[in-house]
Write a protein that binds this ligand. Sequence first.
Ligand code: CA
Length: 244
Amino acid sequence: MPSNSSALRATTLLVVEDDRALLDALRPALETVADDLVTAGTVSEALAALAAQQPEIVILDLGLPDIAGADACRAVRAETGSPILILTARSSGGEKVKLLDAGADDYVTKPFATDELLARVRALVRRSRAAPAGTMAPATIIDGDLEVDLREGTASRGSVPLKLTRIEWAILRALASQPGRTFTHRQIFDAVWARPYGNPSQYLRVYMTHLRQKLEREPANPRFLITDPGVGYRLEVPPRREDA
Ligand code: CA
């Protein structure tokens, strides 16, 4: 649907990158996904830009001259609720956990293909418009004969009701608050349990296994309760079959 992709333009896109050559090379492509492009070369310039105008999406390079790494992400996150897409040279699982815990929404490893960057920007625009902060989206998950009503807290397969525990509902709702977004073990843990205890990743593995056994047709090959190995979990909402 071409009309769909052309609609997925950010109103304002803030790009924080000190590499002028890279910025100049990316500019024409970024202008295809944003009405208004604002640039900053340091974290302090980014904070000044955020104070003047809130962008819909932030692209943040982590190798900046004033503040670098996850600290840069934390500083930007403190000033905006908008999705942050990280440009990073590092790509280990541990680094990704650190970035997501610091408030990043997604990341791209340098060197990257421009198409990949644009696809991720569009995905963040789509996601942030589908699930504005503070609302729960979607209200239901329907996949074949499975129906989960997240607001009512009811689930069934065909005519057979499925019983989820209080904790299982809490995990499912935490993931459903932003479908497609990977939540780290720590983020899910903090959303579900008031007080952290034990090892979050081990604990969650047990609950996710139970949830998949209840909700997934093939628990070993999940369709919507997806593992991001070494990082966390995300919910992929199956597309609605309007003609079904
Ligand atoms: Ca840089």
